[in-house]
Ligand binder design. Sequence first.
Ligand SMILES: [Zn+2]
Length: 323
Amino acid sequence: MAELPVLTIDLGGTKIHTALISEDGRMIAEDYRLSMADEGPEAVIQRIFAGIEKLLDEESMSISMIHSIGIASASIIDIDKGLITFSPNLPGLNDIFLRDILHDKYGIDTYLINDSSAAALGEHRYGAGKGVRNLIYLAVSTGIGGGIIIEDKLYLGASGCAGELGHMTIKADGPLCQCGNTGCLEVLASGTAMAREAKERIRAGENTILVEMAKGVIEDITAETISMAARNGDSLAQEVISEAAVYLGVGLANIVNSFNPEMIIIGGGVSKIGDLLFNPAIQEMRRRAFKLPAQAVRILPAELGGNAEVIGAAIFAREQKSG
Ligand SMILES: [Zn+2]
């Protein structure tokens, strides 16, 4: 008999993705709703409950038909305590015992993991990293997250928060990051960083089709707009992407020298920019990293898209429960 599905929640900076995942990593059903973290943690928690209940309702399932709950959150997580300590991209979501909150509500085994660590597990088991023993997953989106797989196992470190690769310092006197530090990879190479750079250059009087694409509302420019503009030959957009790509390449070189991975998988919305981002980043990595680990590494786009986190959280919950 097949095992019961895992109920998983990916709590991200912009949206809450709730899913039912089968034993073999298949998506059975899913729900999306906005996180709206600016409304405070209590409102976010209520929206998590609402997502779960809608999904169970639609599938005519009760909580007794669920194997366990896995939550992936864009946060610095104390794994033993099931505690969200700090969330750079979910303002106000700090010091929340989210694991126990869900466990108390539904009464089944519940596990909490960082979203990019979960995505690393998902890509390792069912995505671009199948059969690869040592890999690093990097999610480049609004922020930059990371996950580390060593010898086929997720590496979580002493407190459970290893893999915060987006917050390695790239430029000590660089811009201020959401984490409070300056010059992190995230603040130089994320989608937010690209949008900030483009807006600054537009305000400084540079010409670009971005203004027209955003119908004159400069604030609306996102990494996606920049990507489209770059493909249409806009030089400002192309420069913004290649500048971010160089910083990404610096981060990749640090990762390659630190971990000597077989593969680095790059996911997240910004990775959809494709070669325009990947090529200069890989070139910069090769220029900086030692030759031996640089030759060993393959840098590939993720395969599971926006499902890597919920699939990975389900893998994590199953593994934790079976001990
Ligand atoms: Zn940071």
